[in-house]
Design a protein around this ligand. Structure first.
Ligand code: AP5
Length: 217
């Protein structure tokens, strides 16, 4: 049984700031940050079969099939570092994933505690994703809004930064459509469950964090 574990689901469109905030929140709360996008990208860089399969969907801005994604999350949540719970970033992302997640947590005596929905209008999303710079360790920067100390260089380990393939403008627009089509129904799912808290994601990063911490308290 795992009754004291805390599970937070970050919800919002691509570029809303889920990853940026999930990392901060996980650190502050002593929880694990689980990003399905990062897990797929790690698999891709290690050239695993899962990585190859996922990349064929990710490159087009499509979702990786539910069964593959759910199995990956199930394995990740079974590791000992998840004993206190997790901040979920990019999962669940479809009604089927949300149902599977409920069942998965029920098996270990847990439940979703809070769902911060970070809302940001589409034009801002496009601007954020087109200026996003990533480190190979998964740290996220923005050319204007969250720049590294030295352009294109990771503040922490000095390695070069890169732009994600799926941050090309045409793929970004498709990802936003996929979000409205397949993920936005989760807003009502969690609202009806009384777990949704809407957060204004257009504010400065620090202010968004402050609002999130208030919601968690
Ligand atoms: P994933 O990696 O999860 O991408 P995403 O959901 O599209 O989200 P992003 O990472 O693009 O955005 P974010 O909200 O985390 O924003 P960030 O903090 O980086 O998924 C990629 C792909 O993997 C999917 O398309 C799919 O193929 C597959 N996948 C993943 N999960 C899946 C699942 N569950 N099921 C099926 N397939 C799945 O911020 C964006 C930028 O804005 C950064 O540059 C940041 O510095 C900047 N920024 C952040 N906050 C602010 C702020 N307040 N003000 C100004 N700038 C800000």
């Amino acid at each position: 049984m795992n009754e004291k574990a805390t599970y937070i689901v970050m919800l919002g469109p691509p570029g809303a700031g889920k990853g940026t905030q999930a990392k901060i929140l996980a650190e502050k709360l002593g929880l694990v940050h689980i990003s399905t996008g990062d897990l797929f990208r790690e698999n891709l860089s290690q050239e695993t079969e899962l990585g190859k399969l996922a990349s064929s969907y990710m490159a087009k801005g499509e979702l990786v099939p539910d069964d593959v994604t759910i199995a990956m999350v199930k394995e990740r949540l079974s590791r000992p570092d998840c004993a206190k719970g997790a901040v979920m970033d990019g999962f669940p992302r479809t009604p089927a994933q949300a149902e599977a997640f409920e069942a998965l947590l029920a098996e270990i005596g847990g439940k979703v505690d809070l769902v911060p929905f970070i809302s940001v209008p589409n034009d801002v999303l496009v601007e954020r994703l087109s200026g996003r710079w990533m480190s190979h360790a998964g740290r996220v920067y923005h050319a204007l809004y969250n720049p590294p100390k030295v352009k294109w260089v990771d503040d922490v380990d000095g390695s070069p930064l890169y732009q994600r393939d799926d941050d090309k403008p045409e793929t970004v627009l498709h990802r936003i459509n996929v979000y409205y089509d397949q993920t936005s129904p989760l807003i009502d799912f969690y609202r009806q469950a009384g777990k949704l808290v809407e957060i204004d994601g257009t504010q400065e990063i620090e202010q968004v964090t402050e609002d999130l911490l208030k919601a968690v308290a």
